[in-house]
Design a protein. Structure first.
Length: 313
């Protein structure tokens, strides 16, 4: 039988649609409290005003025919001898909008996965959790060649369409020719996001933020005025520090001989990365924009589950 895929890549190099659709299962398994959407938990509620769509308890009143029996307050009923039910006010809808980077900059990884795969997995988790809560999800998926805009909607079929767009762009990365770095790409997508969303959205920007600059900060601040914005920063251990010894570094076009102890290059490299991470965390905290740090050492689902294990302890 002929294989439908022209290439068979090692695990962690590409994210297929089948791989991403399995994240519906992980959403079911992750022990997230009903009132805490995945993005809110990961960001830490102490540092974020993100909230999900849910029900706010308002009062208890006497049960009338037609009320949902699941909302009966059995304690009050037992105490008074009359059936009482809880009354809730529904919070307004909080649609999610995902800005998903699938550019060549993310096709890098020295560990279990490449960055672009982790980005795809995070998007799948967020999308499935959003519709599980009954809200709409959409977004922009982009690379150097262009982008696809997906209008927010509320269905598993729609999530599949969104994830197919991500998988299609993800599959191009191993076979495409090296693309010139476009430092304005992220900012272009944030501008398009600002022109598309209105207010009361949860906007998740998933990237390695290599090209983030002052304009990026300004655009994110603008989005955060009327929406809840969060950043998912994806990194690789080699982003933070290069190993000692003689190295040949390349971008597919040019090569560079590298040695950490030459002109203190290794320490300067580490310092630059730490400065970038601190800037992301500290500067955006001032604007109530949480930053979630994820890496390529294990799948996104494992990192989320690990977060909950630590939190529960």
């Amino acid at each position: 039988m002929r294989n439908n895929h022209s290439h068979s890549w090692p695990k962690g190099v590409v994210a297929t649609l089948d791989d991403l659709m399995r994240y519906e299962y992980y959403v079911q398994e992750i022990p997230i409290l009903p009132q805490h959407p995945v993005y809110s938990i990961l960001a830490g509620r102490h540092a974020s005003r993100l909230r999900g769509r849910g029900l706010d308890f308002e009062e208890v009143r006497v049960y009338v025919p037609g009320d949902d029996v699941r909302n009966i307050d059995w304690r009050v009923t037992a105490r008074t001898g009359t059936t009482h039910t809880k009354v809730f006010n529904e919070e307004k809808e909080r649609p999610s909008f995902l800005v998903v980077d699938q550019s060549s900059q993310l096709f890098f990884g020295s560990q279990d996965q490449v960055k672009s795969v982790i980005a795809a997995q995070v998007a799948a988790l967020s999308a499935f959790y959003t519709i599980r809560r009954g809200d709409r999800v959409g977004g922009i998926v982009y690379n150097e060649d262009g982008f696809e805009f997906i209008h927010p909607a509320r269905s598993k079929t729609h999530v599949q369409y969104l994830l197919k767009s991500i998988a299609d762009k993800n599959a191009l990365l191993p076979v495409r020719k090296p693309a010139a770095v476009n430092i304005s790409l992220l900012n272009d997508m944030l501008n398009r996001t600002a022109a598309s969303v209105t207010h009361d959205y949860v906007i998740a920007v998933i990237s390695d933020f290599t090209a983030a600059d002052d304009t990026t900060v300004k655009l994110l601040r603008g989005l955060a005025l009327h929406n809840d914005v969060m950043l998912v920063h994806i990194s690789d251990p080699l982003d933070a520090a290069l190993p000692d010894g003689r190295l040949i570094l390349g971008d597919g076009r040019k090569q560079l001989r590298w040695k950490n102890n030459l002109h203190n290059a290794g320490q300067k490299y580490e310092d630059a990365y730490k400065k970038m991470q601190l800037r992301l965390a500290e500067e955006f905290r001032n604007y109530r924009i949480p930053v979630i740090f994820m890496d390529t050492t294990q799948p996104a689902s494992s990192q989320v589950i690990g977060f909950f294990s630590k939190r529960n302890k």
